[in-house]
Design a binder for this molecule. Structure first.
Ligand code: FMN
Length: 384
């Protein structure tokens, strides 16, 4: 019986080797950004309304012309199968069965074709722009059929994540004595990994035919990471991709307005879960101002720091239309596999329903800024 996400996180820490847990749990620098994301959620408090009939709470939400069972989906996660072998597919299936979208990362460890086969209606793809244009072209062609393409723009340079450095994280894993001992203490993870083989960058390995082992492929990946993404690139991408285009990783209201004007269909307000720029402002902190700047109708998604159903509701109250969870889904899969993700979705649904009822709201579209109070006073996002 999993009681809370923290409970799942603790179980995940026991169940998988440190190198995998730290990769999932850690952030940039001293991780002040990770803590700030949580602090922003803690600072935002609800202002409940009473004496409203809340017999029939409906936690579904509309995004991109369709109704999702709950107002959240799964954020893109690179190297997911390091956390647990087969994790990408497990999370994808659990999301599909719950009526929620799943986003596969370019740096994911399962091929886009496999994920689309598993969940043709509910899988989205997230693009990291490669230095070689032909690679982006081909990835975009392979993503066709996904309704939604994310382009992540908050990784112009690699981040420094001390836990990964200390653990010697690399692909393939090259166990030091300490890592080998740690892996040996996690026989279930090790057995699953031996069965599945080491995680691979399944979406990009075909572009590096000379890279015959995972180490060469990792070197190829590093050589392809590119800081050259700019607004002209976004214009190009908008012309090239006919489906919905979502820009992930904006925090400045001006940038969100500019992305909207460039033809983006939505923006994910995100600081990458505190994994990129340690001293970044929390995405939740910026959300009300972004909502004011961009107007009531432009679709905004939020991630970074969401750890409960109450947090999902807080993001909606502060101006989001939809929420993404990153680490939460991965703690669940590390703690208890696919069943863990299903448990997590049930837990979040129960929390969302309960919080909405206590706020006096029956529909997610009615969760507005009047229901929130922060240390600084009322949170006005000027939603209708
Ligand atoms: C282990 C891990 C890997 C990630 N890989 C990617 C990625 O490949 N592409 C991407 O756009 N974001 C990536 N992110 C960021 C998530 O998509 C999301 O923005 C972040 O996890 C949200 O914060 P949260 O973990 O607090 O929910 C990753 C996050 C984690 C935890």
């Amino acid at each position: 019986m999993l009681l809370s996400l923290e409970h799942m996180r603790r179980r995940a820490r026991r169940r998988i080797p440190r190198v995998a847990f730290d990769y999932l749990d850690g952030g940039a620098g001293d991780e002040a950004g990770v803590r700030e994301n949580r602090a922003a959620f803690d600072r935002l408090r609800f202002l409940p309304r009473a004496l409203r009939n809340v017999d029939a709470v409906d936690p579904s939400a509309t995004l991109f012309g369709r109704r999702w069972a709950l107002p959240f989906g799964i954020a893109p996660i690179g190297l997911g199968n390091l956390v647990w072998p087969g994790a990408d597919a497990m999370v994808c299936r659990a999301a599909r069965d719950a009526g929620l979208p799943y986003t596969l990362s370019t740096a994911g460890t399962t091929a886009i074709e496999t994920i689309r086969g598993l969940a043709p209606e509910t899988s989205w793809f997230q693009l990291y722009v490669a230095r070689e244009q032909t690679i982006a072209e081909d990835l975009i062609a392979r993503a066709e059929g996904c309704e939604v393409l994310f382009v992540t723009v908050d990784v112009p340079a690699p981040a420094r994540r001390p836990r990964d450095i200390a653990n010697g994280l690399s692909l393939p894993l090259k166990p030091s004595l300490r890592m080998a001992a740690d892996i040996a203490c996690h026989p279930r993870w090790t057995a699953a990994m031996l069965r599945a083989g080491q995680p691979r960058f399944a979406n990009i390995e075909r572009y590096a035919p000379g890279a015959t082992n995972a180490q060469a492929l990792a070197a190829f990946m590093a050589s392809q990471s590119s800081g050259r993404v700019d607004w002209a690139y976004l214009d190009w991408l908008r012309g090239r991709w006919l489906g919905r285009l979502v820009v992930k990783g904006l925090l400045a209201p001006e940038d969100v307005c500019r992305a909207r004007d460039a033809g983006a269909d939505a923006v994910v307000v995100s600081n990458h879960g505190g994994r990129q720029l340690e001293a970044s402002v929390a995405s939740l902190t910026m959300l009300p101002e972004i909502r004011r700047a961009v107007g009531p109708d432009f679709p905004l998604l939020l991630d970074s720091g969401v750890r409960s159903g109450a947090d999902v509701v807080k993001a909606l109250v502060a101006g989001a239309d939809f929420v993404l969870i990153g680490r939460a889904a991965m703690y669940a899969v590390a703690a208890a596999g696919e069943a863990g993700v299903r448990d997590l979705v049930r837990l979040f649904e129960a929390e969302i329903r309960s919080v909405m009822a206590q706020l006096g709201v029956t529909r997610t579209q009615d969760l507005d800024a009047g229901l929130a109070y922060s240390d600084f006073g009322a949170v006005s996002s000027s939603r209708p």
